[in-house]
Design a binder for this molecule. Structure first.
Ligand code: SF4
Ligand code: SF4
Length: 185
C-alpha cells in the first residue's frame, strides 16, 4: 500500500461504497481507452498495512469530521483537538499514534470508526493518483495484497471513484511526508 500515506478498506471491500460495480457491457467513452477498461480486481484481505506501518495522511472534510465526532460522542471542536492535525493548504488529517498507526486503528479490531471512515479510506485503491497508469497501480499493489485479487470492479466505477477519491489529488512526495512527520511530534 501506499508507502507514505494511508487509506483503507479494512474490514470490508470498497465495492460496497463505490456503488454498483457490475461490469457493464456498455462503457462510456471516457473509459473505453483507459488502461483498466476491462476492470480491476480488488478485495481487501484485512492485512492492516494501510492503517499503520508508516507515517500517513488521512484527509478529512468538515462534513466527515462532524460525522466522526458524532460517532465518538464528542463535540466537533473537541474532536478536532484530539483526533486531527493540520496539513498544508488548510487541509486536515486524522492524527496517528506514536507507532504510526492511524489513531482509529486497533490491531484486534481493525478500523474502529469503520462506518464513518473518510472518503479517502473508502475509495482506495481507486485513487486518481493510483489508477493514472498501470505502472502506478503495480507499484501500490506491492504493498496492498488486496489489489489484483478478488472482486472485479468495472471501469465505470473505477473512473467515477477516482474522480472523487477524497485525497485532493494527493500524491506522496517527500515534502508532504515531512509535513506529516513534523505534525506528529
Ligand atoms: S488489503 Fe490493502 S486495503 Fe486491505 S488492509 Fe491490506 S493494505 Fe489495506
Ligand atoms: S480511518 Fe479507519 S480505515 Fe481510515 S486509516 Fe484510520 S483506521 Fe484505517
Amino acid at each position: 500500500m501506499p508507502r507514505y500515506f494511508r487509506s483503507a478498506a479494512i474490514i470490508g471491500t470498497l465495492g460496497a461504497d463505490a456503488g454498483n460495480d457490475a461490469v457493464s457491457p456498455r462503457r462510456p467513452a471516457m473509459t473505453q481507452d483507459a488502461w483498466y477498461r476491462d476492470g480491476l480486481r480488488f478485495e481487501c484481505t484485512r492485512c492492516g498495512n494501510c492503517c499503520g506501518g508508516a507515517t500517513g495522511t488521512v484527509r478529512v472534510t468538515d462534513r466527515e469530521i462532524e460525522a466522526l465526532a458524532r460517532h465518538v460522542s464528542l463535540r466537533v471542536d473537541e474532536f478536532r483537538a484530539v483526533y486531527t492535525r493540520p496539513l498544508r493548504r488548510g487541509e486536515i488529517s486524522l492524527r496517528e499514534k506514536q507507532n504510526k498507526e492511524c489513531v482509529f486503528y486497533q490491531r484486534d479490531r481493525g478500523c474502529t470508526v469503520y462506518e464513518q471512515r473518510p472518503r479517502q479510506c473508502r475509495s482506495w485503491p481507486f485513487w486518481g493518483s493510483v489508477v493514472e497508469s498501470e505502472e502506478r497501480w503495480s507499484e501500490e499493489a506491492e504493498d496492498c495484497p488486496g489489489m489484483n485479487r478478488g472482486r472485479l470492479h468495472s471501469a465505470e466505477v473505477i473512473a467515477r471513484t477516482s474522480e472523487t477519491d477524497g485525497t485532493g489529488g494527493f500524491v506522496p512526495i517527500s515534502s508532504d511526508l515531512d509535513d506529516a512527520r513534523a505534525s506528529t511530534r
